[in-house]
Design a protein around this ligand. Structure first.
Ligand code: 2M8
Length: 445
């Protein structure tokens, strides 16, 4: 265990214990009282260091909500959450009554999805257990979960990429996980909001200032997009034909490539068929090619693509470094790293720590406190750290880990951090922030 951050491991473990709902973990105590998809994957990565069996159940309870199409929903609801504690509860989504593909039991789900960190997490759980008494059990967990992960990735490769581009299409900014990023501003501005009943904003009760959460105009659009998906009864083909927000998301796609690399290793471990392995290998190659095609020479970044307008979405955000996350950068790797560590990103003048901000501080739409428009997210730092380590960039990885731990030691396990002052923002005791802290602290040991 790391000696440099005394008491931190225990505090992080305590956050996960307090947010533990019995087999699964709420994303945060008040603001996010349900099980979120990519949060759970990160949470299981931290839990693996505490209890591999409990880490495994984090993923299997999430996957109990998997749709028959293979989609893993972005929220699996907490039946005990007080009614109205989260704006769009299960009754709003009505997933099981609108779609025959949704599972209504044991817990209802939303109808969107989020970046597929799950295969990375499943492999991590196995690797942590390697050489211990839990290894056999972890291998049987991998064998059981493999088919579900394969179906999930197949869904993304087909329903979400009918073009065969290697890039995943999202229907809503919530699917990106970087909800309010300026990545979506232009595509959202083309969405015309129709008649909607008035609604309350419970999220604003749990943060200090409204500026830390999306604006009313943004929320209207978020809700309107959900309304449209409901009208299409969540039918993918209908959505693809009529939905006003259809965007190829490069960060989601890069995480899928990294997850497919992990899935390929899982396939090897569980002795899956050659056919399966070829399929996964094909998805990886296609993903690399798709990301390569999105590279913008002028900005030196990868850009999301608006399928409705046919235009790239030109804004400098953390997503632009997608090829680093997927390992697709090839000869551009040096340039991407130089930009990541330049004043346009992590080495901006006055930043408290050299950590990647969600949006470039040189962008007009940068805001250091606003949701996904500037602050630093520890889980995003973790994704970069993991990619740096895999690429053999040990020194940079060690610096990033240390800076992140200092940030968490100073501000607690907040949802996100102001990049200049290091002030913790959003929710306190965010589960995934505690989880990555645990992984970082254990990694040094
Ligand atoms: C945020 O998203 C939810 C909607 O899914 C929200 O704002 O209500 C995002 O940061 C997302 O990436 C995260 O998974 C979720 C829970 O932590 O919160």
């Amino acid at each position: 265990m790391s000696d440099s951050f005394p008491g931190m491991f225990e505090k992080a473990a305590e956050v996960l214990r307090r947010n533990d709902m019995g087999g699964w973990t709420r994303a945060a105590p008040d603001l996010y009282p349900h099980q979120w998809s990519w949060d759970s994957a990160f949470i299981s990565i931290g839990l693996a260091r505490l209890d591999t069996r409990r880490a495994a159940s984090e993923l299997t309870t999430l996957l109990d909500g998997q749709w028959t199409t293979g989609k893993v929903p972005h929220i699996v609801f907490n039946p005990e959450a007080p009614p109205g504690s989260y704006l769009l509860g299960p009754e709003h989504w009505a997933s099981a009554s609108l779609s025959k593909n949704a599972v209504g039991t044991p817990r209802p789900t939303s109808a969107l999805c989020q970046p597929p960190v799950h295969a990375i997490a499943a492999l991590h759980i196995f690797e942590v257990s390697r050489g211990t008494v839990d290894e056999d059990e972890a291998l049987s967990f991998l064998s059981n979960i493999y088919g579900r992960l394969l179906r999930w990735h197949r869904y993304l490769a087909t329903a979400r990429d009918p073009e065969g581009s290697g890039l995943v299409t999202i229907y809503h900014p919530w699917e990106s996980g970087t909800d309010n990023s300026p990545r979506w501003d232009v595509a959202l501005s083309n969405v015309r909001v129709g008649e909607m009943p008035p609604y309350a904003r419970p999220d604003l009760e749990f943060v200090d200032e409204p500026s830390e959460r999306p604006t009313a105009a943004e929320y209207d659009r978020f809700l309107w997009l959900v309304d449209l998906l409901k009208r299409a009864r969540y039918d993918e083909v209908k959505v693809y034909g009529s939905h006003p927000f259809l965007v190829k998301d490069v960060l989601f796609s890069a995480i899928l490539v990294a997850a497919n690399e992990a899935l390929l290793e899982v396939a090897r471990l569980v002795k899956a068929s050659d056919k399966d392995r070829e399929l996964i290998g094909g998805w990886i190659d296609l993903g690399h090619r798709g990301l390569d095609a999105c590279y913008d020479e002028n900005l030196g970044l990868c850009l999301d693509h608006d399928l409705r307008s046919g235009e790239p979405l030109r804004v400098r955000t953390i997503a632009g470094f997608a090829p680093l996350i997927s390992g697709s950068a090839g000869p551009r790797r040096r340039e991407l790293l130089r930009l990541l560590y330049s004043r346009a990103f992590a080495s901006h003048d006055g930043f408290r720590w050299q950590l990647p901000p969600s949006t470039s501080p040189e962008e007009a739409r940068f805001h250091p406190r606003a949701y996904w428009r500037g602050p630093v997210w520890p889980v995003i730092s973790w994704l970069f750290w993991r990619s740096l380590k895999l690429a053999g960039e040990d020194e940079r990885a060690a610096d990033l880990r240390r800076a992140s731990l200092e940030q968490l030691a100073t501000g607690g396990f907040a949802e996100y951090f102001e990049p200049f002052t290091g002030e913790p923002l959003g929710s306190d005791d965010q589960s995934w922030s505690a989880a990555v802290a645990i992984d970082w602290l254990t990694d040094e040991a």
